[in-house]
Design a protein around this ligand. Structure first.
Ligand code: NAD
Length: 473
């Protein structure tokens, strides 16, 4: 068991004000594996104070210097790749064979991506006699979930630092390790004191303190819609910027002429990745009614290819869910699906027979799902795919958009030309055509209850920027 005892505040490791601690549980063994301090209001005040003190100098640092520091951090992340990967294996139960590709490669690239864009802060846009200049928004609080802990951290941190902001980061209770490694990395590369500060604590206790803090200029929150709303409520009196990256229930529309096997494979593998704990997973598969039975049979077959087991084994493709709580939520939804009359093709409520410990749920496929069912509307956040049939393309689009969420979407048609007009009609922040892959140039964020922010791309940098108009130049 690893005991982490100090916060990283003002460029040094500082003892917490209180004595309470929190335990992290290894979801594969159900045994405690890490313990961290539980922050109090005083700890938040110390971290915010350090960030505020560091802001003027960091904001005025030449962009080339910020570029160099971010690039040095990316290099150090590469050097400590194994540790970053293993943090995800231990605390999330992500299989060791996929954890690097899923959780570490992207963040290193993301760090480099924004290092390259630090120079954008020094560009002046001239519109007639108006000069538009960019300034960092200030002190930022970064609150993250457990499902892509490093990815989410870097998606906020890299643009914030590139823009010249200082930060206070708070990882999820279940997954603190990668944040501690990043603090060590920043210490190693010589990031000025107070630019990056790290605290750990219970979200419902210190989240409202951060959201309501008068010395924090912006809060970037990724997590559930429920907590995201609370953050906005607590932030309102201070009129700070609130960037929300929230839940999803994303559709994959498969058309009549599509290569059904390829499309279903893409959909099933997308949902099962990260044991279904992916905010933008395509958890509603929309298929022409005439093809629904074939699609369901294929989906069942593909789901059976998953090897559920110990995340430390290299032949495991699917690990446990992150926590006991998450396991019971997912099982509850599977039970609801059965009660609502959906047809179970694969998986189910019972855990796998061969695993006596760990928060495992079998890959589960439902078909004959209708969009009024709870399993079609609620974010399950586990390895559960719902297949829904449609008659016309208009009906498919209506079903796809009939959700409070709008994070992502996908269309698998005969080809890109056929997919594109469908994509234009979907109400979501992203739409993937055919087998397109994640790109850092594609801003990521939601419509509707999926949030109001954008991460990655140029827009991801702009979240941390105030635009000043200088008139009369
Ligand atoms: P959560 O909302 O319970 O927790 C997320 C973070 O918020 C944690 O750090 C937690 O400590 C903190 N928190 C909890 N209550 C808070 C409060 N009242 N004020 C401030 N902070 C608080 O969510 P979760 O269960 O950890 O994560 C899963 C959710 O995150 C899913 O809904 C998923 O879709 C969403 N998510 C969204 C994106 C995206 O980019 N849109 C990415 C990943 C995850």
């Amino acid at each position: 068991m690893q005991h982490l005892t100090h916060f990283y505040i003002n460029g040094s490791w500082q003892a917490p004000h209180g004595s309470e601690r929190m335990e992290v549980v290894d979801p594969a063994t159900e045994a405690p594996c890490v313990s961290v301090p539980r922050a109090t209001r005083e700890d938040i005040d110390s971290a915010v104070h350090a960030a505020r003190q560091a802001l003027p100098t960091w904001a005025a640092t030449p962009a080339s210097q910020r570029h160099d520091l971010l690039m040095a951090a990316a290099k150090e992340m590469q050097r400590r790749y194994g540790e970053l990967r293993d943090a995800h294996v231990l605390t999330m139960g992500c299989p060791v064979d996929t954890a690097g590709a899923l959780h570490v490669d992207g963040p290193i690239e993301g760090m480099q991506y924004y290092a390259e864009r630090a120079g954008r802060m020094e560009e002046v846009e001239q519109k007639g006699s108006v000069s538009l200049v960019r300034e960092p928004i200030g002190v930022c609080a970064l609150i993250n979930p457990w499902n892509y802990p490093l990815h989410q951290l870097i998606g906020k941190l890299a643009p914030a630092l590139a823009a010249g902001c200082t930060v206070v980061a708070k990882p999820a209770e279940q997954t603190p390790l990668q944040d501690f490694i990043m603090a060590e990395i920043f210490e190693e590369v010589g990031l000025p004191a107070g630019v990056f500060n790290l605290v750990t604590g219970v979200g419902s206790e210190i989240g409202p303190v951060m959201a309501g803090h008068s010395d924090i200029d912006m809060i970037s929150f990724t997590g559930s819609t429920r907590a995201g709303v609370q953050v906005a409520e607590h932030a309102a009196p201070t009129v700070k910027r609130v960037c929300q990256e929230l839940g999803g229930k994303s559709p994959l529309v498969i058309t009549e002429g599509a290569d059904l096997e390829a499309a279903v494979r893409l959909g099933v593998e997308n949902v099962m990745a990260n044991t279904g704990q992916t905010c933008d997973a395509f958890t509603r598969m929309l298929v022409p009614r005439a093809l629904q039975q074939d699609a369901a049979a294929l989906a069942g077959q593909i789901a059976r290819e998953q090897v559920l087991g110990d995340p430390k084994r290299t032949d495991t493709t699917m690990g446990p869910l992150v926590s006991e709580r998450q396991k019971s939520i997912v099982r509850h939804f599977i039970q609801r699906g059965l009660e609502e009359g959906a047809t179970l093709v694969e998986g189910g409520v019972d855990g796998p027979d061969h695993l006596s410990h760990g928060y495992y749920v079998r890959p589960t496929i439902f078909t004959d799902v209708t969009n009024d069912m709870e399993i079609a509307q609620e974010e399950i956040f586990g390895p559960v795919l719902c297949i829904l049939g449609y008659g016309s393309l208009d009906e498919a689009i209506e079903i796809a958009n009939d959700t409070v969420y709008g994070l992502s979407s996908a269309v698998y048609a005969r080809n890109v030309d056929e997919a594109l007009p469908i994509a234009r009609r979907l109400k979501a922040g992203q739409c993937y055509l055919q087998d397109a892959e994640f790109s850092f140039d594609a801003p990521f964020g939601g419509y509707k209850h999926s949030g109001n922010g954008r991460e990655w791309g140029e827009e991801g940098l702009l979240e941390y920027v105030e635009v000043k108009s200088i008139v009369g130049t």
